[in-house]
Design a protein around this ligand. Structure first.
Ligand code: NAP
Length: 252
């Protein structure tokens, strides 16, 4: 029987920042498509673990603070120890700091660049070394509308997410021939902790909603289908792509 190319059964997926928000939505979607899922988090991801296991697949938790590259190799090693393989890496963990550019602090610059870009790269490297030496794999980086646009009051976030777009293409160029697909998802405006300040600001909330053709904020689950596709054999010839899942925001 021909295998459904979107079926992730037998694959092991690792999702960072899996305790909440988009990471949780992606972890659950990958589980529903059949993947066993390794959840990395710095806070207890038991809610996500329960949702993944309810899909009938295995979950394993790796506690890790991704503000430095120190845990990157350990995360890959623990994944191998738990499930014996690593097929999919989703680099989702990320932070945002808001301040006018004239006032922007070095701490707000470094913290965001470290987690959103530096750790993302070194986790790609740790996973990529493993994938290159085994059966290949898929890497999905979480980008942003600010991979394409400038934004306001989020200098380090825009720099980091623009960097994620460039890095995704570079890694695709270097690793496609090694059987590693590297792509990104650029979520639009999704209702999570990351965007709580925007949702709570009546003016910004109205401005944002007016521009979204779909007429609503996205939900974490809206990102899951794109992740399943990019993690699957159906996307084998998709390389270095940044897939917007934005309710039409960029089309305006
Ligand atoms: P969120 O609910 O704040 O989730 C962010 C996740 O990253 C959380 O699990 C968080 O853990 C984790 N994280 C942050 N710093 C970490 C660290 N040092 N060590 C370990 N984990 C860490 O926000 P979200 O919206 O789901 O964000 C997920 C990704 O989507 C981020 O990369 C974000 O930039 C991106 N994104 C979001 C939107 C949006 O509209 N929401 C749009 C475009 C892109 P804690 O819960 O412990 O803080």
């Amino acid at each position: 029987m021909t295998r459904n190319p979107f079926d992730l059964s037998g694959k092991v997926a690792l999702v960072t920042g899996a305790n909440t928000g988009i990471g949780q939505g992606i972890a659950v979607a990958l589980a529903n498509a059949g993947a066993d899922v390794v959840l990395t988090a710095r806070r207890d991801p038991s809610e996500t673990r329960a949702l993944v296991e309810a899909a009938g697949v295995r979950a394993h938790v790796v506690m890790a603070d991704l503000s430095s590259i120190e845990p990157c190799q350990r995360i890959v090693d623990e994944t191998m120890g738990a499930f014996g393989r690593l097929d999919v890496l989703v680099n989702n963990a990320g932070i945002i700091r808001r301040s006018d550019a004239l006032e922007f602090s070095e701490d707000d610059w470094d913290a965001v660049l470290d987690t959103n870009l530096k750790v993302l790269f070194f986790l790609c490297q740790a996973a990529g070394r493993h994938m290159a030496a085994h059966d290949g794999g898929s890497i999905i980086n979480i980008a942003s509308m600010l991979t394409f646009q400038g934004g306001v009051r989020v200098a380090s976030y825009t720099a980091s997410k623009s960097g994620v777009g460039g890095l995704t293409k570079l890694l695709a160029n270097e690793w496609a021939a090694k059987g590693i697909n590297v792509n990104a998802i650029a979520p639009g405006y999704i209702a999570t902790n990351n965007t709580a300040a925007l949702q709570d600001d009546a003016d910004r909330n109205r401005q944002i909603l007016e521009r979204i053709p779909a007429g609503r904020w996205g939900e974490p689950g809206d990102i899951g289908g794109a992740a399943v596709f990019l993690a699957s054999d159906a996307a084998k010839y998709v390389q270095g792509h940044i897939l917007a899942v934005d309710g039409g925001w960029l089309a305006r």
